[in-house]
Design a protein around this ligand. Sequence first.
Ligand code: SAM
Length: 227
Amino acid sequence: MIRKILSAPYYRIRHALAAWTWRIRNRITGHPGRPEAPPNTTTLEFLATTGCKNIAEIGVEWGSTSKEIAKWLEGKGVLHLFDYEDRVKLVAERLRQAGFTNIVGHGNSRRTLDSYNWSLMEILRDGNVPAFDYVFLDGAHTWPIDALAFFLIDRLLAPGGYLDFDDYDWTIDSSPTVNPRVYPPMRRLYTEEQMRSQQVALVVNLLVRKGGNYEELVPNKIFRKRS
Ligand SMILES: C[S@@+](CC[C@H](N)C(=O)[O-])C[C@H]1O[C@@H](n2cnc3c(N)ncnc32)[C@H](O)[C@@H]1O
């Protein structure tokens, strides 16, 4: 066993140790979390082909992708960040310290039924529409939150704007950090069937594709709103 661990490449050992540490952390704190992820290169490469200037990243976590978007914007336009308020505060502060002033944070509480959908509702209510020309939706990845998020984003997105989904295939059950073996509170929130379902795929298949108003540009990921 020890020989096997020692012969594994360094990055695999590091990743396994990090995942194990986060599992323990999740158990102790009761809040699901995971180590810092790399920036989403597919999103960044596609974004660089557009002239978008009003960008929303929904689900920012540690800000890996946010930082690269802010760099790409070079101070032009606005980057809107949505997540839990503690995360948004941290990421927005880091970006401002790095010299980026075109950042707007939209944090929500950690109450069970709260989400970025409340922040999206506030923008809609206040009439700043269309608010975005690019939305990267990388938040809860669940039907109860992201099905509504889709309809709100659709109201806020300019015609010709882009809607970018992460993790089409993701399931709660296959997640290393929030599967019910590692994070038991999931069992109070979702059925076994729901935990095994690809819930982002449900949003894409049933709402985006069947709605007929979006052109698919990157399979299962990036869609352009027609009108
Ligand atoms: C996969 S991470 C985002 C990664 C980030 N886009 C990046 O590329 O580095 C998902 C994020 O969604 C946020 N999220 C999940 N459920 C949420 C909710 N109900 N309200 C607000 N944020 C939520 C999590 O806090 C987490 O930071």
